[in-house]
Design a protein around this ligand. Structure first.
Ligand SMILES: [Zn+2]
Length: 257
């Protein structure tokens, strides 16, 4: 590990005040990721696709990771520079940092404070809702995590996984083998959230426990399911509170950790 990597780890751990390390203190256990995102993004004017993804800048429709939108790897690590808006309180900032450091513990992604020489970087700020671009863009790439709405560890991980190049689990290319989409229960105008994408699944299995999987009732207009497991229709899912084993495996495979 180089001093630059150590720097963020050091800052992260010392920046978290004693007594604030319990995730339960900052997590609303009654909502899953897709509910948090849907509520935070309801009615906002930001143009979004699939609920929380900003249409990419100057990109075509090919799978993201085939278009050079990975973050570059140097040596053993993928260094992703970040800035965090000063409008967050210390506690809010620490929720974001905890989400970032969770990648350090299981992948070769290393989030480091942006230096002036870093052209491309993620900028976390309290925007209109919870949203992110898909994969690396150019220059300062915003990740919106609105105060009072998006600051949960699983939501931070979800939006960061988008920025690393990952899409929602329920739209992956092979999803029809595993789930049925019940279009008759989807809110009018929200159907595009369920459009399948030509994802690169990196040899990982379809994962109902992914932090990128929306809930069974996502965008439901009538309280009935919009997504149902084909093998077990009574299965409940989309309730991950953190990255799954497969989410982590995907990062490690894509970035050759
Ligand atoms: Zn998302």
């Amino acid at each position: 590990m180089t001093p630059a990597f150590l720097c963020l780890v050091f800052l992260s751990l010392t920046a978290i005040p004693a007594g604030a390390t319990d995730d339960e203190a900052v997590t609303d256990g009654s909502l899953d990721v897709s509910e948090v995102i849907a509520i935070a993004n309801e009615g906002i004017s930001t143009r979004l696709e699939h609920g929380d993804i900003v249409p990419n800048r100057n990109r075509n429709a090919d799978p993201c990771t085939a278009r050079g939108c990975k973050w570059p790897k140097s040596g053993s690590y993928v260094r992703v520079p970040v800035t965090i808006s000063s409008s967050y309180t210390r506690e809010e900032r620490n929720i974001i940092i905890r989400g970032l450091v969770s990648f350090h513990q299981s992948t070769c992604i290393r989030f480091v404070w942006r230096r002036s020489s870093d052209r491309n970087y993620l900028h976390f700020f309290s925007g209109t809702g919870c949203w992110s671009y898909l994969g690396r863009q150019s220059r300062g790439q915003p990740v919106s995590l609105r105060k009072n709405g998006c600051l949960y560890k699983d939501t931070v991980q979800h939006e960061v996984l988008h920025a690393l190049g990952f899409h929602h689990e329920q739209v992956r290319s092979d999803r029809d083998t595993y789930v049925s989409i019940l279009t008759q229960n989807i809110q009018p105008g929200k159907e595009s959230n369920f459009v399948k994408v030509g994802t690169n699944n990196l040899g990982t299995p379809y994962d109902f426990d992914s932090v990128m999987h929306y809930s069974k009732f996502a965008f439901s207009k009538n309280g009935q399911p919009t997504i149902v497991s084909r093998s077990n229709p009574s299965l409940n899912f989309g309730q991950a509170t953190e990255m799954s084993v497969n989410d982590i495996a995907r990062v490690n495979t894509l970035y050759e950790c």
